[in-house]
Design a binder for this molecule. Structure first.
Ligand code: ADP
Length: 393
């Protein structure tokens, strides 16, 4: 059995693990959900085989059960070569993946105030994996690191300067592994060196963000201090008027309720009142549901505005790139988003746009489009595996 790299991605109530070969082939994956709840469950592999978990299983229980499952399936017959962890917030401390030691753990802990929902659970995953594999090198790969090249004009907010100086309040940006993968893939498709490639990368999944990359460096991005800012998302509001907070306070919505509202009950779900799944939303919009039609229109229009905004950070554009579950699969979202951007010179080939997904060509622009438009499947786990291998050698 060959060596493997283990990738661990801990969400607030979920755990994803994957095994890769040293040549970065995906060998196996597994997912545990509803952790901490009585109906915690886990499944593994393409067949979604049920993996038994103890009642109220936590992240440690789930990790142990999934590793045991891999061992029983003989997918893991010896210690992994390296382990890569997705860590959401690396603050200004991390511009690149880091081999985990006591100092790195402390620095991740220090970033907890910037990502209270994410970093503690990422640390739990790291500690649980360290307990299982104490001798294996472990590497943290940060969602924020790729955006550490943002210039200050893009990362400072119009707030008193001391908020940044004293508390680190600034735009950090997220989805960095996906946006950096888009850079690598676009450079490969366009046959250019990464350092000379400039793209706008739109990652549209449950969370959505868009990044301007100039000559291989992130120079602007839509998510901010937290992953709540910017585009309309599945359940997150994206940009809103901060004056809303006063208004909602006067209606008794404050503190945790406000955070819950903006993170979990807004976006496509809030607008439609029924779903955060883009496939369902489009189907219901086409069946005449007015709220779903509005939700789709708001989603696409916000994205179109941001594509325009990202142009302000570029002096040339090699491609606009769509990725994520929505970006890769929804020809409707791509079409509705680019429809109002004719003035900027974007034009889609409707056949190529609709067909995408059934062939492996990435280009969907019309021959008269000013800029190429690409659809590229993201692979954040492979980026993490590759970083883990590189850092641990
Ligand atoms: P996550 O951010 O959780 O990784 P994904 O990248 O898997 O999420 O994206 C999930 C979104 O992708 C959902 O809104 C889902 O409806 C959407 N999606 C997946 N397939 C399609 C499709 N064929 N058409 C439209 N939307 C799709």
């Amino acid at each position: 059995m060959e060596d493997v790299i283990l990738v661990v991605n801990c969400g607030s109530s979920s755990l994803k693990v994957a095994l890769f070969s040293p040549r970065l082939q995906h060998l196996a994956g597994a997912l545990a959900e509803r952790l901490g709840q009585p109906d915690a469950k886990a499944r593994a592999g393409v067949d979604k085989v049920h993996v038994p978990l103890p009642k109220n299983a936590n992240h440690e229980d789930a990790l142990a059960a999934l590793i045991r499952h891999f061992e029983e399936q003989r997918l893991l017959t010896r210690q992994p070569l390296a382990i890569g962890h997705r860590v959401v917030h690396g603050g200004e401390a991390f511009r690149a993946p880091a081999l985990i030691d006591a100092e790195v753990l402390e620095a991740i802990e220090d970033c907890t105030s910037l990502a209270p929902l994410h970093n503690p659970v990422n640390l739990t995953g790291i500690r649980a994996t360290q307990a299982l594999f104490p001798d294996v090198p472990q590497v943290a790969v940060f969602d924020t690191a790729f955006h550490q090249t943002l210039p200050s004009k893009a990362y400072l907010y119009g707030l008193p300067r001391r908020f940044y100086d004293d508390w680190g309040v600034r735009r950090y940006g997220f989805h960095g592994t996906s946006h950096s993968f888009m850079l690598t893939e676009s450079a490969r498709i366009l046959n250019k060196p990464e350092s000379e490639t400039s793209i706008i990368s739109a990652h549209l999944g449950n969370g959505c963000s868009i990044t301007a990359i100039r000559n291989g460096k992130s120079v602007d991005t839509s998510m901010g201090l937290t992953p709540l800012e910017g585009l309309v998302m599945g359940t997150r509001s994206g940009d809103i008027d901060p004056g809303l907070f006063d208004f909602l306070r006067s209606r008794g919505i404050d503190g945790e309720a406000l955070s819950d509202l903006l993170n979990n009950d807004s976006g496509l779900l809030g607008l439609s009142g029924s779903t955060n799944d883009m496939r369902t939303l489009i189907r219901q919009a086409d069946q005449g549901d007015r709220r779903c039609a509005d939700a789709l229109a708001v989603f696409c229009f916000r994205l179109a505005r941001y594509i325009g905004a990202m142009m302000a950070s570029l002096d040339s554009l090699d491609a606009l790139v769509f990725t994520g579950g929505i970006g890769e699969n929804s020809d409707r979202v791509r079409k509705d988003t680019l429809a109002p951007l004719g003035l900027l010179g974007f034009s889609l080939d409707s056949g190529a746009n609709e067909k995408h997904g059934r062939d492996s060509k990435h280009h969907i622009e019309h021959s008269n489009s000013r800029f190429p438009v690409l659809v590229v499947a993201t692979n954040e786990e492979a980026v993490i595996a590759s970083a883990a291998l590189a850092q641990s050698c």
